[in-house]
Design a protein around this ligand. Structure first.
Ligand code: GCU
Length: 655
């Protein structure tokens, strides 16, 4: 047992599961199948950890304490019920996955020290598709990975030892994940060949390992693959040769992987090939691939992160935030029924604070998914603490008003995809505390009704400590972490003041004159992107009228997004009674003080925490403090120099 490696599956880590031994010693498995086999194996693992021996298999319930697994057709797919009594613990699932989820749920909560009574739970998944996207490359690197190397590939080949991947499948299925795309959306040369004989036998082994845990495998594909692999003269989605090429590929994939999930596609984005090269639209591109997969039950997941990354900063009217809506809204209703559009939570790119994408709710005749970034590209890179569940929840709970009040994003989408934060580090996530985001993503998309607090508490108790006081402190740290990170980085939703390409650390003008379309427009008088219809780019008009009016009007625009929607003078008075510039100074001084408090709070827990977790995270809190000071000083100095306005509290600003 290793507390770092086991994450939230560290059964028996602090004696809190002792009471379950009475049940786990006798397993009565009244259903069968490969996923049920994994559920049974998990119970065996737990018992072995607790009692040091194997449980007994029995064929009929035993009244002196046993653990029963069975299918209950009255429950829905993926749903489960856990019933705890003196005699037995029964986990029933609507299907095999439901049984597995119920088993994990029981074990995770029991090992977090939750009481037996509180474990009588009935749950069902809110979304049918709960997906993880790996941004792993064949050479073993991970795009935007902060946790070591890829666990999927080494030296241009898929790994052959399935141990680590099986443990990953355990972690993912324990929070209800049922699909995984195993390669980067940017499909480079080697990965283009993943859909050929050269790789399929090895990829099939990975698919098999994940199938044992009820997780379907997807591959990211290169839209130009027919040209690159077989030298076809075109990749035009309406060309007969191209259509047949993909059909043959699909047929062959299903020979190797009978339960293959389908393709994930990044097309016409950031220099990737796509249908635009042939004068075709995204529906034509996606539907051609969808037709190839359809006979086998496969899906196409098509990303809406499509924008022009070669814009001219001199042109104040172009607005990258408008791109996804402009590209996809006109195509609503044109996509095949096995196409899902994957929409990033915000219209830009995973900033610490941005508006919710206006595309949600606007595509009423199209299957849509939400895309979240678990890996902390712009949110601290698994150095700075940033618990992201509150941000994702904000998106799922956002009322689009597209079909009147109550049109929440969660009701407009059929599922979610989260960009993974794992790698080969012992603790999987670089910072062991970043495990809360992986756990939290799975839990939230299983049940968007859960609170960020409940999810944090479950995770802390299972993965770190069931000690009430220490767990309480860590939960408070997690729950304040996003605001802390935000307060010393981007003011009021403006975003993008990060070091270009690398995206960690401050560089206020790093993207200001670049072709990426990411501007804050600071001058001597003020700052912010004017996205109003009245005087700006007109982006607000992409929302349903209730939201359009809310954002358009300064008095109703949420303050945390003020500079995302408006260009304002530094002397603009906020509701707090502070000027905009004073808010910038205050939030940056306070943010950095709070980063220091995080470090001190963590240090106060030293005696109560597993040493390995303590030191891995302490090291990061120290770096976070330095990072926050650098942000504070650079931002405050920059805006003092632009505005010439002093901090009313006379704190240290470098002139
Ligand atoms: C961001 C990220 C890229 C990634 C892209 C995407 O821009 O920096 O690394 O490829 O998002 O989501 O496609």
């Amino acid at each position: 047992m290793d507390i770092l490696y086991d994450c939230w599956l560290a059964y028996g880590k602090d004696g809190s599961m002792k009471w379950t031994e009475k049940y786990l010693r006798k397993l009565c498995i009244l259903c069968s199948g490969r996923v049920i086999g994994s559920a049974a194996k998990e119970l065996e693992t737990a018992y072995r950890r607790l009692a040091g021996k194997d449980p007994e298999r029995i064929s009929e319930p035993f009244s002196g304490g046993c653990f029963i697994l069975r299918i209950n057709e009255g429950l829905c797919a993926g749903g489960y019920r856990i019933s705890v009594s003196d005699d037995s613990i029964v986990v029933e699932g609507g299907d095999e996955n439901g049984v597995l989820y119920g088993v994990f749920r029981f074990l995770v909560l029991a090992s977090g020290g939750y009481s037996p009574e509180s474990l009588n739970i009935t749950e069902k998944p809110f979304f049918s598709l709960r997906m993880i996207d790996q941004w792993d490359n064949a050479d073993g690197s991970v795009e935007r990975g902060y946790s070591g190397a890829s666990i999927f590939y080494e030296k241009d080949r898929p790994v052959s030892d399935m141990k680590r991947l099986t443990d990953y499948a355990r972690l993912l299925s324990s929070v209800g994940i049922n699909a995984i795309c195993i390669n980067n959306v940017n499909v480079h040369k080697t990965e283009t060949y993943f859909i050929t004989e050269k790789f399929l036998p090895d990829i099939a082994k990975i698919a098999d390992a994940f199938s044992d845990y009820g997780i379907k495998l997807y591959l990211s594909v290169n839209f130009a693959a027919p040209m690159e692999i077989d030298g076809l003269p075109t990749a035009d989605p309406l060309d007969e040769g191209v259509i047949n090429w993909w059909k043959c590929r699909a047929e062959n994939i299903y020979i190797h992987i009978p339960d293959f999930g389908g393709f994930l596609v990044k097309a016409d984005s950031e220099n990737r090939p796509g249908p635009y090269s042939y004068g075709r639209d995204h529906a034509e591109g996606a539907n051609m691939l969808a037709a190839a997969l359809k006979p086998f039950g496969g899906n196409v997941i098509w990303r809406c992160f499509v924008y022009n990354c070669h814009v001219d900063w001199r042109d104040r009217h172009t607005d990258r935030a408008m791109a996804a809506y402009s590209n996809f809204k006109p195509l609503d209703g044109k996509f095949a029924d096995n196409v899902y559009l994957q929409i990033k939570n915000g219209p830009m790119d995973f900033q610490i604070r941005e508006a919710v994408s206006p595309l949600f709710g606007a595509m009423s005749d199209t299957n849509c998914l939400c895309e979240f970034q678990i890996t902390q590209e712009y949110t601290g890179q698994q150095i700075d603490l940033c618990y992201l569940v509150p941000m994702w929840k904000e998106c799922l709970d956002f009322d689009t008003y597209h079909s009147g009040k109550g049109s929440l994003v969660s009701r407009n989408v059929l599922g979610a995809a989260g960009v993974s934060n794992v790698g080969s580090d012992l603790c999987w996530t670089g910072d062991p505390l970043a495990g809360a985001n992986l756990y939290g993503y799975g839990r939230l998309v299983f049940d968007p009704g859960l609170s960020a607090e409940q999810i944090a508490e479950e995770w802390v108790r299972a993965a770190v400590t069931a000690d009430n006081e220490a767990a309480g402190t860590i939960c408070r740290m997690l729950l304040s972490s996003r605001e802390i990170y935000e307060s010393y980085t981007s003011p009021l939703g403006v975003g993008w003041m990060v070091t270009p390409h690398y995206h960690y650390g401050v560089d206020v003008d790093g993207y200001e004159y670049s072709p990426w379309g990411t501007y804050h427009y600071s001058d001597r008088n003020g700052m912010g992107a004017d996205r109003t219809k009245a005087t700006g780019t007109g982006y607000t008009a992409q929302y349903a009228s209730h939201n359009e009016e809310m954002y358009e009007d300064l008095s109703t625009c949420p303050e945390e997004l003020l500079l995302f929607f408006h260009h304002l003078p530094y002397t603009y008075m906020l509701k707090s009674g502070k000027t905009l510039i004073q808010h910038i100074y205050d939030s940056h001084f306070e943010g950095s003080e709070k980063a220091e408090e995080l470090l001190l709070q963590w240090r106060s827990l030293k005696e109560k925490l597993p040493a390995e977790i303590y030191s891995e995270a302490e090291n990061r809190f120290e770096k976070q403090l330095l990072n926050s000071r650098q942000w504070r000083d650079v931002i405050n100095t920059y805006f003092f120099r632009k505005s010439g306005i002093d901090d009313i509290h006379g704190r240290k600003i470098f002139r």
